[in-house]
Write a protein that binds this ligand. Sequence first.
Ligand code: GDP
Length: 314
Amino acid sequence: MTLEEVIAGVGAGERRAIGRAISMVERLGPEGRELAATLHPRTGRAWRVGVTGAPGVGKSTLISALIRHLRAAGRRVAVVSVDPTSPFTRGAVLGDRIRLTDHFLDPGVFIRSMASRGHLGGLAEATADAVLVLDAAGFDVVLVETVGSGQNEVEVQTLTETVVLALMPGSGDGVQAIKAGLMEIPDVIGVTKADRPGADLLVSELANALSLVPGGPWEPPIVRVRALEDGGVVELWDEVQRHRAFLESDGRLETRRRAGLARQIRALAADRLGRRVEAAADPAFLDGLIDEILDRRIDPSGAVDRVLDRAGLS
Ligand code: GDP
């Protein structure tokens, strides 16, 4: 497929072209850049929703239930599933699981796992561009699934309008992280596996934790979800819609997007610089520099200058 064919295919919402487009942007080369720049004017219509939480909390089960709900309402849904901790194992398995079991034949659903690029880095930029491609492809909703550790390579807040945090009964550490200000306050909290004991306790702990942190005009609702039986999924999506209506009033949406873009641009620029430094500081070059330091011919800061010179950054 030529670049022109990919662009046309994305515009027409063709699955194969969309897949190709994401593979192109994942390579982070000139072709992917050109593609993203060409598609960008066609973006801005999708509602982008982050679904974040610890491994095993029930994110993919929830997403699968959300897809069923949204498809029943006639919406086209795309999912980008990101797991920075594994090159191709967990994220890919989850994406495949959702795809194969429920939505494989549905042209209104597109699911893609973003594999970590390992030492190459660049997952955040690839993910941002994948979301851009899916927005341009005309999906009504783009769900971005991330493993929430509070210090992610992929900052889901910068890519989405609404962030849903999934916590399950027994997630005391999540509550503590909110209290301690270690976790960005989500827009909607889903208490997953609410069929299990401990859900009520978690809800009250969360309400308490949220009352202790300084809040803005939006109070994050807490929704009990039993995704295995589709329970609470409609309610959760209603809260996402309510959040959307909130942002769409009083110019808040633009404020949020501007704040997200500011963070995204800074983070991706730092990421690109980091990759150039990594490429310049290859082991053989570093070994040479270290020899010189140990021979007292240069000092460590001088070695840093040499790395930056080599990366063309000085
Ligand atoms: P993820 O790693 O966050 O995507 O979590 P998964 O969606 O893969 O779910 C992890 C485990 O929790 C799986 O065994 C699910 O079947 C189970 N699970 C998910 N949702 C529910 C739920 O609503 N109730 C119960 N009891 N188990 C659930």
